[in-house]
Design a protein around this ligand. Structure first.
Ligand code: ZN
Ligand code: ZN
Length: 554
């Protein structure tokens, strides 16, 4: 066996990134993230990758390398560590601290005493995990301390970019590792696995530096309070807001659990700078005129419990949105959250505020490479083979075309699906099968106790409601009492009594026929009632409610 590469998440979708690398002796993974649910996934908190392949190769699984601290790369680690407590986690300083904070949160299973072994990594140095040797390299991204990973093999390097962009004027002055990558390219890169998120966007992404200039502009224009909403993990954006606030002498108020926690971690590690007593407690907000304050909050995605949503709904105790306030949404909207975000924006306008939105008003730049940056990555590394990663199928597909325009032959490009097994043997790469990973849904404390079938049921319930039929039978299989039909979310009962009465009649007829037929099977009875009612509701009102038949024996 040569080397096996298996992406278990992040292909054909945005989120829950995880890729496995398997040698004769061991398995390592890059990233273990979560995915936020789409609107059709009713009641689901999030989705994580399937660990089944790791379960069946438990002894071989040795370590996890994490590229950066975003949820779609670290969000599944607590579940992974619970099942595989002896693995070693490799990450840069900030990434490891964010992982620690994340996996020791109350609802998780890890605490300070049973933390997994963690190894801090630095760009441009080599590390070993069992028989794997790898080197992180510095990339730019919308979170500090992000790296890509180069895995050394006998056949050449395998370069995994993680999430990346190229920013020649980044906030922290840590420049993209052009030299290391071109050096790897000279030594020989067998395979490049590269971030496809923005493969539809032509040209170069903007530098963080432009955000500073635009923030500055809005600070000069704002007459009332400035309310800046950002991702809690976007330490650079928070630093930019701090700097501009200081320049215009606005007092800074920070509120939101994750935001306060991340700022504290970043401050301790030296990733963010501000003077002592820079923040003011929310109680003091009233002491300053609106034109002298800036509130930094979370809630850019319209999350129902977030500070910004509570403010938009006028439910926040201390921060009231007033006429003249300026709200800056300094993060892009994750696809699927648009309706929640626009709901908030409408409400904020109703309260008299003006809202400035991320990319359209240039107070946010993307953290992912545009096509020209993707091309630079290919030119620097000069790979023999290419696998686009991180993206829905169209992103991967467009990235593949981009790779062809810069000289990668189409037969050397692999458009993979989650679970595909990419076999690397003697300079030759091919797909040998698929491990068929499932969607693991997390709902409250349940892990994977919800399947696609449950999601389908929830969709049906949400779209057409439910009808329950209660049949009470005697031991001799005769009706003991009249059949009951109850509905929820189906029709307004007052207006549709006849519909439910008719459903009762139909059920009655079915039960009588079932008795005459002498069938003793309850399953058979349930099926017959469901079939007849489905037909009736469909013909009568063109609806397809979830029908539940309950048989009770007395
Ligand atoms: Zn990221
Ligand atoms: Zn990502």
């Amino acid at each position: 066996m040569g080397l096996r590469i298996i992406p278990v998440g992040g292909l054909g979708e945005i989120g829950r990134n995880m890729t496995l690398f398997e040698s004769e002796r061991s398995i390592i993974a890059i990233d273990a993230g979560l995915q936020f649910p789409t609107v059709e996934m009713y009641g689901i908190d999030f989705v994580i990758p399937d660990f089944n392949y790791l379960r069946s190769n438990r002894i071989k699984f040795k370590g996890l390398i994490v590229t950066h601290g975003h949820e779609d790369h670290i969000g599944a680690i607590s579940y992974l560590v619970k099942e595989f407590p002896s693995i070693t986690i490799f990450g840069t300083k900030l990434t490891l601290e964010l992982i620690k904070a994340r996996i020791t949160e109350k609802r998780n299973f890890v605490n300070q005493s049973n933390l997994p072994k963690m190894v801090e990594i630095h760009p441009d140095r080599f590390y070993n995990c069992d028989d794997f040797e790898f080197m992180p390299f510095r990339v730019n991204h919308s979170i500090a301390d992000a790296v890509g990973i180069a895995i050394k093999t006998d056949l050449g390097y395998i370069v995994h970019t993680g999430d990346f962009k190229i920013d020649n004027t980044p906030v922290d002055n840590k420049i993209f590792d052009y030299h290391t990558l071109s050096d790897l390219g000279r030594k020989g890169v067998l395979l490049l696995m590269s971030d496809s998120t923005n493969s539809e966007r032509k040209g170069f992404s903007n530098s963080e530096k432009e955000v500073v200039e635009n923030l500055d502009y809005y600070f000069t224009k704002a007459k009332g309070k400035i309310i800046a909403a950002t991702f809690a993990s976007n330490i650079h954006r928070i630093q930019q807001i701090f700097d501009v606030a200081k320049k215009y002498d606005r007092k800074v108020f920070v509120t939101g659990f994750s935001l306060e926690k991340n700022i504290e971690i970043a401050k301790q590690l030296g990733y963010i700078n501000f003077e002592r007593n820079f923040f003011h407690p929310l109680e003091d907000l009233k002491k300053f005129p609106p034109s002298k304050v800036v509130c930094i909050v979370t809630g850019t995605q319209g999350e129902p419990m977030s500070v910004l949503t509570r403010m938009a709904e006028n439910r926040h105790k201390q921060i009231k949105v007033e006429k003249g306030d300026l709200v800056l949404l300094a993060s892009s909207v994750i696809p699927g959250n648009e309706h929640l975000v626009f709901k908030n924006i409408n409400k904020l306008y109703e309260l008299g505020a003006t809202v400035v939105q991320s990319e359209s008003d240039d107070i946010h730049v993307s953290g992912h490479a545009y096509t020209e940056e993707q091309k630079i990555m290919i030119h620097l590394t000069r790979p023999k083979y290419f696998v686009p990663i991180h993206g829905e199928y169209r992103h991967l597909s467009i990235h593949a075309s981009t790779a062809q325009t810069v000289g990668i032959p189409s037969e050397n490009i692999f458009l993979l699906k989650n679970g595909d097994i990419l076999e690397v043997e003697d300079q030759n790469i091919h797909v040998s099968g698929n491990i068929e990973p499932e969607n693991i849904f997390i709902d409250g404390k349940g892990i994977g106790d919800i399947s696609d079938i449950v999601i389908e049921e929830r969709q049906k319930l949400a779209e057409d409601g439910t009808v329950a039929v209660v049949v009470t039978l005697t031991k001799e299989a005769a009706l003991a009492s009249p059949i009951e039909v109850i509905s929820r979310g189906f029709v307004l009962i007052d207006n549709s009594e006849h519909l439910l009465e008719k459903a009762k009649d139909i059920s009655n007829q079915v039960v009588n026929r079932w008795i005459i037929d002498g069938s003793n099977s309850w399953d058979d009875l349930k099926k017959r009632i469901k079939r007849e009612l489905k037909k009736y509701f469909n013909e009568e009102i063109a609806r397809d409610p979830f029908i539940l038949v309950i048989i009770v024996e007395v």
